[in-house]
Design a protein around this ligand. Structure first.
Ligand code: CTP
Ligand code: MG
Length: 223
């Protein structure tokens, strides 16, 4: 079937705190977005990439990918979910599987895309990569008073690429809901979501510390 990877890159990167939107920050020789597009395409399981960018960068990034028939550029929205919906609208109606992958997860190994698609091919309708959590997590109230301590063994830290049956993801986004990840909207429909083993290299570059970490990890990889 036809597999499309949506890559939301329209956020401002407020927590990173640099003067340009995060996806367009360089990590070594290439931007976070360029690295994420390359990872998706080199996985061998993605037919088309839809890149979702801020309005003021649309012209520049469209020109950058003009010679690539497998890359489409579209404009995002105010919230991440709005950007994903814009990407869904830009994906062809013949799309069978959709992967949603944060541009900010710039060191994601291509094999993780393949693992998510393999789980979809095996019959799951929604697949997300997850890792065990090392820290103890606590729920707190507005005053930072601890409410309780969920059993860590039952928790997973979830990232992207998240993979879905295309019609299911369209349905999940149909009522314009907002969630920090797409699987949350699918869960709200009552559809089972399958976790597959994630990869620590797929961490999201969010803060200056994360960017520093990514720069140091690059030393041992091929720029
Ligand atoms: N994103 C998007 N459209 C938005 C918000 C986020 O396409 N309106 C994208 C980001 O570009 C990023 C991914 O969603 O690749 C994950 O979001 P996050 O890490 O929160 O990035 P930012 O929103 O850019 O960062 P911040 O929240 O610190 O401003
Ligand atoms: Mg954000």
């Amino acid at each position: 079937g036809r597999v499309v990877a949506l890559i939301p890159a329209a956020g401002m990167g407020t927590r990173l705190g640099l003067p340009i939107p995060k996806a367009f920050v360089k990590l070594g020789e290439r931007t976070l977005l360029q690295r994420s597009v390359s990872a998706a395409l080199s996985s061998g399981v993605v037919d088309q990439v839809v890149v979702i960018v801020p309005a003021d960068l649309a012209e520049q990034i469209t020109a950058e990918y003009r010679s690539r028939p497998d890359v489409t550029v579209t404009v995002g929205g105010a919230e991440r979910s709005d950007s994903v919906r814009a990407g869904l609208a830009a994906a062809g109606t013949d799309t069978e599987l959709v992967l949603v992958h944060d541009a900010a997860r710039a060191l994601t190994p291509p094999a993780l895309f393949a693992a998510v698609v393999a789980a979809l091919d095996a019959g799951a309708r929604a697949v997300i990569p997850g890792l065990p959590v090392a820290d103890t997590l606590k729920r707190v109230d507005h005053a930072e008073t601890v409410l309780d301590t969920p059993d860590r063994a039952e928790l997973r830290a979830i990232g992207t690429p998240q993979g879905f049956d295309a019609d299911l993801l369209r349905r999940a986004h149909a009522d314009g809901g907002d969630a920090t990840d797409d699987a949350g909207l699918v869960e709200a429909l009552g559809v089972p979501v399958q976790v597959v083993p994630g990869d620590p290299l797929a961490f999201k570059i969010t803060t200056p510390f994360d960017l520093r970490l990514a720069q140091l990890l690059l030393v041992d990889s091929v720029a």
